[in-house]
Write a protein that binds this ligand. Structure first.
Ligand code: GDD
Ligand code: MG
Length: 347
């Protein structure tokens, strides 16, 4: 079974981090999420992928190529205009088989695929939607299920009083080819607002099944932070790079940490990082590959992408820094989300 990864959205709620890159390429645990997702699906036996791309497609294509570097086969369906979630699937039609998996590539999850597939086969519907229960369903697609698991209603982002349940679309589907007949080509079509309601009304058989494992839509900056704290707390058990130097302190290869640096767990530090004397890193810090951190720097609750440079005596709390950022000496930054290319200069 092939997997189609929807990775073409604009990532507006993650700006400025997504100003010049697709959201699914944002690192999670120091590796692009999309790469982590491909590796997870590979561990589930999926070897063939189609990526539906539109926004900065070359960032994805250059990273993955034909997929051989990751031991999988990857092809691309590039949209001429943003076609929406169903339009993107329709656009990929020539590359898909009779039955295929579709995933919103911005969902951070490690769901096993086999139970979903077994459920899909047992129920024989045109579509099976993976579901999760959430406290506030209003920013998701919400379903009403009958006792057999059949979806009676699918409502995208309903008002609170209109949500039929707290079971929401997890952004993981198994679809039969016949679904494609219900998607018009050449225009924007939303699978959530148009195709699912249409399929349900036509009696095609749309089923829902709760998925297992960790699940989070990384959609916003706050949720992106939360994914990382869950990763460091190991409630999200994605494999971490590097060695665990002591409990909750993971350090990558060729990283040099001066002797009097305190690494306060939990922290994840990438490859080829340098950390100067007297710095305190953590708790809750993720430092990307190739970062250089000066002396006397304090970093807590902060995610730093690759190749950032932080000068002496800076104090960082609650920040997210895009790759290649430079921070001047004695700069104090709280809750700053700063993207690539920006530079906070010393006075
Ligand atoms: N190729 C392509 N083209 N991909 C797209 C397009 C498009 O026009 N529009 C969105 N996508 C991709 C996004 O990159 C993302 O990975 C995924 O489709 C979902 O789009 P979002 O914009 O992130 O949707 P959402 O988070 O508001 O809601 C969706 O996800 C929820 C789960 O988190 C819906 O599927 C909800 O029903 C669902 O509950
Ligand atoms: Mg989303």
């Amino acid at each position: 079974m092939k997997a189609l990864l929807l990775a073409g959205g604009l990532g507006t709620r993650m700006r400025p981090l997504t100003e010049s890159m697709p959201k699914p390429m944002a690192p999670v645990g120091n590796r692009p999420w999309l790469e982590q997702l491909v590796l997870h699906l590979k561990s589930q036996g999926i070897r063939e992928f189609v990526m539906a791309v539109k926004y900065f497609p070359d960032r994805i294509q250059k990273h993955f190529g034909d997929g051989s570097r990751f031991g999988v086969r990857i092809r691309y369906a590039v949209e001429p205009i943003l076609l929406g979630t169903a339009g993107a699937i329709k656009n990929a039609e020539p590359l898909l088989g009779d039955r295929f998996l579709v995933l919103n590539a911005d969902i951070i999850q490690n769901a096993p695929i086999e139970p979903l597939l077994r459920f899909h086969e047992a129920h024989g519907g045109a579509a099976t939607i993976g579901l999760v229960a959430v406290d506030d369903p209003t920013s998701y697609g919400v379903v009403e299920l009958d006792a057999s698991g059949r979806i009676l209603r699918f409502v995208e982002k309903p008002a609170k009083h209109e949500a039929p349940s707290n079971l929401v679309n997890a952004g993981i589907y198994i679809l039969e080819k016949e679904v494609l007949r219900h998607i018009p080509s050449g225009r924007e079509v939303s699978i959530e607002r148009e195709t699912f309601p249409l399929l349900i009304a036509s009696g095609a058989g749309v089923y829902g099944k709760a998925i297992e494992g960790y699940w989070m839509d990384m959609g916003t900056r706050d949720r992106y932070r939360k994914v990382h704290w869950d990763l460091l707390d190991r409630t999200f058990r994605l494999p971490l790079q590097g060695k665990e130097w002591k409990k909750g302190v993971w350090v990558g290869e060729h990283t040099v940490v001066s002797s009097d640096v305190s690494l306060v767990p939990p922290v994840l530090i990438g490859d080829r990082v340098r950390i100067g004397e007297g710095s305190v890193i953590g708790p809750y810090a993720v430092i990307g590959d190739g970062c250089e951190i000066g002396r006397g720097v304090r970093v807590t609750e902060t995610i730093m992408w690759n190749d950032c440079r932080v000068s002496d005596d800076a104090y960082l709390k609650g920040c997210i820094f895009g790759a290649g950022l430079q921070i001047g000496p004695r700069h104090f930054l709280y809750d700053a989300v700063v993207s690539r290319g920006a530079e906070v200069r010393p006075e």
